[in-house]
Design a protein around this ligand. Structure first.
Ligand SMILES: Nc1ncnc2c1ncn2[C@@H]1O[C@H](COP(=O)(O)OP(=O)(O)OP(=O)(O)O)[C@@H](O)[C@H]1O
Ligand SMILES: [Mg+2]
Length: 273
């Protein structure tokens, strides 16, 4: 395929130590081999994209990373130490936050309430202890502003925000509550052009705060817009990890789609897919 020269196997040469390092991860569901030895890591402040076609194993892999699944084989190192997550809660407490497509938000509730989800700051002591709504509103407005979104008011219902803004609330929330690794499973797949670029610039901001971002996407252009490294999964296996600037969109696209089929389709449609 002519990709050997730019597409390296194993980990790219970055000096920073990974926050999380997954080594030779296998996951079997009965006879189904969803993952067959995947190695992947993410360092502070980088955006590592995980690309792959439907059924490649992307979601299974990040579920293993976030404590939903236990790997059948392989090792997980968190900040250099071997670790095994017994539940998503364990992973969350370690600082691994996942933003799923469906976001877990309550549309009729305010942005602030969705931001804190019961973790609001309090004021007063003992019997007079209560939620500090003003403080909660202030924090929410400020955190959203940092992400480039000026809310009309903190009591605006989440349901009145655009899909991209909602993604941003979920991302800002994860970062505010101390995420070290932020996993985004296809955050741009349901968004229009403008909202996509908003979410991509949110990812960029988060990265600059030192959070390691794992960005899952089908869309090579979206990945190339923010990614520092790119790992392609194909039928549960890593095809390799490429570094920004060393791989082109067409090469990534070909690896993802399984080369041949894509070339044929392009030929028959007489253009770029
Ligand atoms: N709980 C499960 N039980 C059995 N098989 C599973 C389970 N979860 C995933 N699989 C299988 O593992 C393989 C990988 O699925 P996975 O959802 O990880 O792919 P994906 O890359 O996220 O795909 P998509 O792009 O469609 O979201 C598929 O063959 C799928 O059917
Ligand atoms: Mg998936």
């Amino acid at each position: 395929m002519g990709t050997e020269s730019t597409f390296h196997h194993g980990t790219a040469s970055t000096d920073a130590k990974p926050i999380i390092h997954m080594e030779g991860i296998k996951k079997h569901f009965g006879n189904v081999i969803a993952l067959n030895g995947v190695t992947f890591d993410v360092t502070p402040g980088e955006c590592h994209c995980l690309l792959g076609d439907n059924g490649a194993g992307k979601s299974t892999f990040i579920k293993t990373m976030s404590g939903v699944h236990k790997p059948t084989a392989g090792e997980i190192f968190f900040e250099g130490k071997p670790l095994s997550f017994d539940s998503p809660r364990d992973a969350m407490e370690a600082g691994i936050a996942t933003v799923f497509q469906d976001l877990a938000m309550i549309p009729l509730m305010s942005v602030t309430r969705n931001f804190f989800m019961g973790r609001e700051p309090t004021k007063g002591k003992w019997l007079t202890k209560r939620m500090d709504i003003d403080r909660a509103n202030e924090i929410t407005m400020e955190e959203m502003r940092k992400m480039g979104i000026n809310l009309r008011a903190p009591d605006q219902a989440v349901g009145t925000l655009s899909g991209g803004e909602r993604q941003t609330v979920a991302i800002a929330r994860a970062v505010h509550f101390g995420a070290k690794v932020l996993i985004l499973d296809e955050p741009t797949s349901a968004l229009g052009v403008r909202q996509t670029s908003n979410v991509l610039s949110t990812i960029d901001r988060v990265r600059k705060q030192g959070v390691g971002v794992v960005f899952i996407s089908h869309n090579v252009r979206h990945a190339l817009a923010v990614g520092d490294r790119f790992t392609v999964l194909n039928r549960g296996q890593t095809l390799g990890t490429a570094v920004r600037g060393e791989i082109e969109a067409s090469e990534l696209q070909e690896l993802m789609a399984g080369g041949q089929e894509m070339a044929q389709l392009e030929g028959s449609l007489g253009g770029t897919v």
